[in-house]
Design a protein around this ligand. Structure first.
Ligand SMILES: [Zn+2]
Length: 162
């Protein structure tokens, strides 16, 4: 005996194997394919949304983390009141380019200079800099080094602290 089912469209009893309803011509196969299609569409839309959310979050992260030259100069001035030095502090890594140049030009292998970090502290009419950097010696060995320096707030003269 063949099993029957109720047509979802017209509620007549039809064979459970039927692909079309013989009373109302409802096509079950086409419905199935449509369902599958809409399922695929949902998956595609979800993937697009995930990518979009990821991109937006990346953008936000960069936006909130960007320090402008103006803000770093302002911060530096608030702490040290040394406008001529502060206006040249790099917003990217907090270094003072004239000091990087100074250290680099005194290396045996100047092109190997690689800035790591710079810290600043106030010493009355001078700023004290602590600079960590890499350089390569004659045997291409990458070496981490620290150098302490003063910069005069007025004359901008750089002086190594031994
Ligand atoms: Zn039907």
């Amino acid at each position: 005996m063949e099993e029957n089912k109720k047509c979802p469209a017209c509620a007549e009893q039809i064979k459970s194997e039927a692909k079309k309803c013989r009373y109302c011509w409802e096509n079950f196969e086409a419905k199935k394919i449509e369902k599958k299609k809409s399922k695929n569409n949902i998956i595609i839309v979800t993937i697009c949304l995930v990518i979009l959310v990821f991109l937006v979050s990346q953008y936000d992260y960069e936006g909130s983390d960007t320090i402008t030259q103006q803000s770093i100069t302002q911060q530096c001035n608030d702490f040290y009141n040394a406008p001529n030095i502060c206006k040249n502090i790099s917003p990217h890594n907090g270094s003072y380019p004239p000091i990087n140049d100074f250290i680099q030009s005194n290396l045996k292998n100047p092109s190997s200079f690689e800035h790591i970090t710079t810290d600043i502290s106030d010493k009355w009419n001078k700023l004290k800099f602590r600079v960590y950097y890499y350089w390569e010696n004659s045997f291409w060995a990458k070496t981490k080094e620290v150098q302490y320096l003063y910069v005069d707030k007025e004359t901008l003269k750089i002086e190594i602290i031994k």
